[in-house]
Design a protein around this ligand. Sequence first.
Ligand code: ATP
Ligand code: MG
Length: 494
Amino acid sequence: MNSLRQKITFGYYAVGTLIVGLSLFAFVELRLIENKILAGGRISEFFDATLEIRRFEKNYFLYRQAADMSETRRYVLQAQALLRENHGVFDAIASAARIAVLQDELAQYTVLMGEYESLGDAGTARTEALEMRIRKAGKEIVTLAEEIARTERTSLQSSLDRHRRVLVISIAVLVLAVVVIGQLLSRRVARPLKSLEDNMEAVAQGRLTQLERESDDREIASLTHAFNHVLQELELRQTHLVRAEKLAALGTLLSGVAHELNNPLSNISSSCQILMEEGDQADPAFRRELLGQIDEQTIRARNIVRSLLDFARDREFKTEPLHLAQLFEETLRFLKGQVPARVMIATEIPPDLLLHGDKQRLQQVFLNLIKNAVEALEGAGEIRITARRGRATGDSAPSGKGAHFLAFGRCEGHGEVVDIEIRDNGAGIPPEILPRIFDPFFTTREVGKGSGLGLFIVFEIIEEHGGCIAVESEPGQGTAFFIRLPLPAGEHHA
Ligand SMILES: Nc1ncnc2c1ncn2[C@@H]1O[C@H](COP(=O)(O)OP(=O)(O)OP(=O)(O)O)[C@@H](O)[C@H]1O
Ligand SMILES: [Mg+2]
């Protein structure tokens, strides 16, 4: 049985069969008892007849009325007929020998009565002796009949008792069966559903892990399959969106680069023009200087293009020694074109601060955070970027003391770290959405403006570097993001 429907149907059939079986059994038992009662009626009729025999016998002995005699005979005949016609009933209650005795006694009784009637006269010793014999025979008949009637009553009583017991046991068995089948069914049906629910719970919390096949039931298997398919789609879309986010960041960089390339290119161009104008008359030293400048500017332009290529390439996670101050300088240079004039950006980073990381990815982190800060400033305000060396003591939070402070990621390590803080005095984040800002696709921006992947990617990259991130925000006051990155032991000086 590998389908829920089959299991439930089986459960129904099992209970149904049990009920029908028990009902049939009770019905047969009732039929038996009914027969017993009918038999009891016959037997008590017989017993009554024997009592009547004795009553009219007594009357006849007292008053000698012919009518009493004929009544006695009539009842004897009736008793004999009852015995004959219902021998099955009597055989079931009394032994064949006993019934034979009864039949003999009745026959004997008839003979004795005949004898007595033919004597006619009363009072003689013979009649008295006959009377005695008749009384004795009558008494014996009644005693036997009474015995049979009593046996029949006890047998009926015990049948009823047995029936009652059987009924009670049947009900108990039925209740037990219903409970057991119910339990089995609910276990077999509910357990896979429950574990499916638990797995889905995990998915709802953001872990896009495929569900294991928990049960062979067809319905559960196809549900799991369908769910896994949805997960696959979701994962695929997430990857697409992460790529799209990266492209968006690339766009930002591109405009920065275009802006940035302008300077070296115009320097090169003007140096070239001067050289062309001066021709051969130029002072060799001045020519050398101009050529030196062209070379320098070309290198500068090449570096800009290279860092753009670096950023665009989807390469393996690769760490290298990085000067944090330089990294920020470069990132800010790229962003220059995007920052409104009334937004001030101040940095306070020790120039010798060296860390190990993936240049392109860390650049994306800073780019995303600064872009968010710029957006929060809505045209005017200040962004302060500070960094300092520190020592982690194993407490997860890099910094922060405000009321609305939340730490994300693992920061359990001990040792040298660098703490980076990016603070703006913009709109701030309402406390109720603060825990969700790192969720993928969470955004408060207008539709089409933000993908909500910025901070999600920041979080992923920081985790990749073994670091952690925290955020502190006060609506109306501003927001600060704290990043803690581990420093390689003994290598944090330039
Ligand atoms: N410095 C900040 N000040 C105020 N709110 C912020 C700040 N940084 C992030 N947020 C809030 O967090 C949300 C999520 O940010 P995230 O960078 O993940 O996505 P986004 O900026 O909306 O979209 P995207 O970065 O993909 O363009 C933002 O929509 C914004 O509400
Ligand atoms: Mg953003």
